[in-house]
Design a binder for this molecule. Structure first.
Ligand SMILES: [Zn+2]
Length: 192
């Protein structure tokens, strides 16, 4: 939810209770410029904030009904909302159920939680792994930090060895990592 486009006079409604407006959060916090690395962290911070908002459900439903194309509303990203609108016409109750289901899936994504809890944002977009251990066990599987970061950022299993392409061999920023498939596609790509 954000203050973008809400500067015109309007009648009192649910927006008056929206935590982001009541607390005057920076609207940009709810509009990540991408979906991986630092943007993923930003999106998750915004979603966590929305979870404490008293009108999150109304906000998410409103954004779905109005086909709002970008930004985080009621704890859901644009792509999460699109997954719901793609189902065609839905009643208010159906939208409510689908929003709640999407929230539930989000909170239970252990890979995202493990990545966010164990990494720290560095300068120049690099991300550093905070733990000493070279592997982490999540949901019954063992990952290297780079494998975990790649899976979270790219939404798929890495193919072969995951390497940083930014010149920082220990960087685990999802958008700085490439697996064999990506390296074949763009052998000289450098994102530093
Ligand atoms: Zn990097």
């Amino acid at each position: 939810m954000s203050t973008r486009g809400t500067s015109l006079p309007r009648n009192p409604d649910w927006r008056d209770q929206a935590a982001c407006l009541v607390e005057s959060r920076d609207p940009e916090d709810f509009f990540p410029a991408g979906t991986t690395g630092i943007h993923l962290i930003q999106a998750n911070d915004a979603k966590a904030f929305c979870r404490g908002c008293p009108v999150a459900l109304t906000c998410a439903s409103w954004a779905i009904q109005h086909r709002v194309s970008d930004g985080i509303y009621g704890g859901l990203t644009e792509s999460q909302r699109r997954r719901i609108t793609r189902r065609g016409h839905l009643t208010d109750d159906e939208i409510t159920d689908l929003v709640k289901a999407a929230w539930g899936r989000d909170i239970r994504n252990p890979l995202v939680e493990a990545y966010l809890n164990n990494s720290v944002q560095g300068s120049s977009g690099h991300v550093w792994w905070r733990r000493r251990a070279t592997t982490i066990s999540v949901a019954g599987r063992v990952f290297t930090p780079a494998q975990l970061a790649f899976g979270v950022g790219h939404g798929r299993e890495p193919d072969g060895h995951v390497k940083a392409t930014c010149g920082q061999p220990f960087c685990v920023a999802a958008e700085h990592l490439a697996d064999s498939t990506l390296r074949r596609r763009a052998p000289a790509r450098a994102t530093a």
